[in-house]
Design a binder for this molecule. Structure first.
Ligand SMILES: [Zn+2]
Length: 394
């Protein structure tokens, strides 16, 4: 409905624009009916009255003599075509505009950006990329569409996973702009580092991760990747140091580091180091993962019963479904007969309940799921998905 109303308004404004243009021209010369302008206009009007919108638009476009006053109207028309998914017509409208010699430099850039948007929506990413590259390279921040062009180009690189190109583009930004994109740059470097890790290129991965830290000290992804990398490279001390940095970066991500820390401290044969760090986490940011890791340490040192007592104390203080499941698991090992059967049944139910819950949620748009996406699939923000805390989460 909104589209139809907007179309109507645009058509009326095209018609008015034409009439004003015609009146102005009357002062200068008499309309020559052989040009066909007049007849096209009335044909268009006729189509409009008969609600033949598409034909009406085409007639008006043919009829209108384009001048700088009507560029904005055509821009709206082109955008509307794009929004309606009529991409051929959107592209045609913008290409027609580009062919006009009367456009100002600003208008020319605006039309190029609009055309790039058409190409993107049509899936013609190579064409969009080439166009955007040119307008970003040749123009500065003073042009109002510059930031939008940079973001559009970055979104193409992200879609195509051309991380090196994205990093190179961000390297051209200066001052405040560079700060604004620091988090994004850090994640792009993490993407390249992950690729290097996949190819067992440890040296390159370390280099990219060092750059990623420099870009953003707060990016927990760098610490997690460094932890994985150094464990794989046989440097558990470095892995532990990197992972323990998370406590000063983002408390919500401590649960993500716990199993890697268990592995690191195990390679270092330092149960004491792990006990000390988990104790600190329990005080500063208790979570189900920390409680479970602490309880398995207690079980090894003092037995299952003590571990059960510890978990029970913790979940009274800080109830969570995961904690309850951990408690049932401990009791399952110490119970038999009928009581055990009941516990197995209860564990089945609470297990299913836990499985039905999302694990991560985007703090910006609320998208949630079982997997941790470093770029939110819905709002495309980087580093906005966090582990869910509380009763149904950590
Ligand atoms: Zn989101």
């Amino acid at each position: 409905m909104l589209d139809a109303a907007l179309f109507g308004l645009i058509l009326v404004s095209l018609g008015i624009g034409f009439l004003i243009g015609r009146q102005e021209r009357r002062h200068q010369y008499t309309i020559d009916s052989s040009t066909g302008l007049d007849s096209e206009y009335f044909v268009g009007l006729n189509y409009l009255l008969n609600e033949q919108t598409d034909e009406a638009i085409e007639s008006f476009i043919r009829a209108l003599e384009l001048n700088s006053d009507t560029v904005d109207t055509f821009m709206i028309l082109g955008r509307l075509f794009r929004q309606r998914g009529e991409l051929d017509r959107a592209i045609q409208t913008h290409q027609d505009l580009l062919a006009r010699p009367s456009l100002t430099r600003e208008q020319m850039l605006d039309v190029q950006l609009a055309l790039a948007r058409d190409y993107m929506k049509a899936g013609l990413f190579d064409r969009a990329e080439a166009l955007l590259k040119d307008i970003v390279r040749l123009n500065g921040r003073r042009w109002r569409g510059w930031r939008e062009s940079v973001n559009a180009l970055l979104s193409i690189y992200e879609k195509e996973k051309e991380w090196e190109q994205a990093i190179a583009l961000l390297a051209t930004l200066k001052g405040g702009m560079s700060q604004e994109y620091a988090n994004r740059r850090s994640h792009y470097l993490c993407e390249v580092a992950e690729k290097a890790i996949m190819h067992s290129d440890i040296l390159s991965a370390r280099k990219y991760l060092r750059q990623a830290v420099r870009a953003s000290q707060k990016n927990v992804r760098v610490s997690l990747l460094l932890g994985q990398l150094e464990l794989r490279a046989g440097n558990p001390g470095d892995a532990v140091r990197a992972l323990e940095k998370i406590i000063s970066q983002d408390l919500a991500f401590i649960p993500e580091s716990v199993s890697l820390l268990e592995e690191g401290y195990s390679q270092l044969s330092s149960q004491r180091g792990l006990t000390t760090y988990l104790g600190r986490c329990l005080r500063e940011a208790p979570s189900a993962a920390v409680i479970m890791a602490s309880s398995s340490l207690i079980a090894q040192q003092q037995g299952e019963k003590e571990a059960g007592r510890f978990v029970a104390e913790q979940i009274i203080r800080r109830p969570s479904l995961k904690g309850l499941n951990a408690l049932i698991d401990i009791h399952l090992q110490m119970t038999d007969g009928r009581a055990r059967q009941n516990l197995v049944m209860l564990r089945g139910l609470t297990g299913r309940l836990e499985d039905s819950k999302p694990v991560y949620r985007c703090r910006l748009c609320g998208f949630d799921g079982k997997d941790l996406h470093w770029q939110c699939p819905r709002c495309h923000e980087w580093g906005s998905m966090n582990p869910i805390m509380g009763l149904e989460g950590e």
